[in-house]
Ligand binder design. Structure first.
Ligand SMILES: [Zn+2]
Length: 336
């Protein structure tokens, strides 16, 4: 998302590409230490699913939705070099899974080769089969088409489906490219499916809808709009607490303390510091010690809900074209 974005959707994680690059630079050995792993037996099941000549690129809606199945190139390279030398493997990974996507990797995890050498473990990573358990290209196309019907806006984007360092889940990089990370922590194929409308809402609302710099209010409203759209998209299939990633008890607490949470947020709405924004956005951070995490989503959801309650369901399109401040002002949101 915006320049300096985040971390921590309940459903997905967003990290500024620059942050990741910085982290990689600072902690080049992060989570490493094991000897490079080359499975002597290869990866028969995964490779079977991918095939000798995998479809690395798919598109839908006349090229509006573009999917790069980088994970297939990764599986193919690791499988075909299993039993060979590590340098063979790295060369094939570099040529087939890095070079064609260099702009993406350089914006996400700059040290692709170093990371792959240390950590790309397709033989035993518990999430290695995720991309074969959910048909994300079809789902992304379906959700994007449905979102266009609901909003009138076309959420065109390039999506990169990858095995990566696992620091981010689904989300937008700072340049607008969409990331799907199969090695993201606390993820599952089902979670990815539920989260897609949230991410497509980000694509539609775009990264340029807000004046720079990106402040706490922009984050709260953007995430809240994305979750409001997700809730509208899934309808009765998912409860509002589930949409927000809350238990019933967490939701009840947030409702009971809503004005207190909003009072805290109001003092910082113009704040642009990542530390402050992180407290409202991260899946493991709390603004109130007794309250739930990522309350920015909750507050934003309530603002979006108040806007629609006041202006009617047809005003859904407004949530994708008005600034955060305008949405807040015209929502009449004022808990307590
Ligand atoms: Zn989000």
């Amino acid at each position: 998302m915006l320049g300096g974005v985040y971390i921590g959707d309940a459903c997905t994680v967003r990290i500024a590409a620059t942050t990741l690059v910085a982290l990689l630079a600072v902690f080049p050995g992060l989570a490493c230490g094991n000897a490079p792993h080359v499975p002597p037996e290869g990866l028969p099941l995964l490779f079977e699913a991918v095939g000798e000549e995998p479809a690395l690129y798919e598109s839908a809606m006349d090229g509006c939705v573009e999917i790069h199945n980088v994970w297939k190139a990764q599986v193919r390279a690791v499988h075909l070099t299993a039993g060979g030398s590590i340098s063979n493997r790295m060369e094939m990974l570099r040529d087939s899974a890095y070079a064609p996507y260099a702009e993406f990797w350089d914006g996400y995890a700059s040290d692709f080769v170093g990371w792959a050498r240390r950590e790309l473990d397709l033989a035993s990573h518990p999430q290695r089969a995720f991309p074969t358990q959910v048909d994300l290209p079809s789902l992304i196309a379906d959700v994007t088409a449905q979102a266009e019907e609901m909003t009138g806006f076309r959420g065109c984007a390039q999506w990169y489906l990858v095995y990566g360092p696992g620091w981010a889940g689904m989300g937008a990089l700072t340049d607008g490219r969409m990331l799907v990370e199969f090695f993201a922590h606390h993820s599952s194929p089902e979670d990815m499916r539920w989260a897609l409308p949230h991410e497509v809402a980000h694509v539609i609302r775009g990264l340029e809808s807000e004046p720079k710099p990106w402040d706490l209010l922009a984050v709260i409203v953007t995430e809240g709009v994305a979750d409001y759209f997700k809730d509208t998209y899934w309808g009765n299939d998912q409860s509002v607490p589930e949409t927000l990633g809350y238990s019933r008890a967490e939701w009840d607490w947030a409702i009971a303390h809503e004005s207190e949470l909003w009072d805290l947020a109001m003092e910082q709405l113009g704040d642009t510091s990542p530390a402050v924004i992180h407290r409202y956005q991260a899946a493991d951070k709390r603004v109130h010690p007794d309250g739930p995490t990522h309350v920015g989503y909750f507050l934003g959801y309530r603002i979006a809900e108040a806007y629609i309650a006041r202006h009617g369901e047809d005003a859904l399109v407004d949530l994708f074209r008005l600034s955060a401040r305008k949405i807040l002002e015209e929502s009449g949101y004022s808990p307590g």
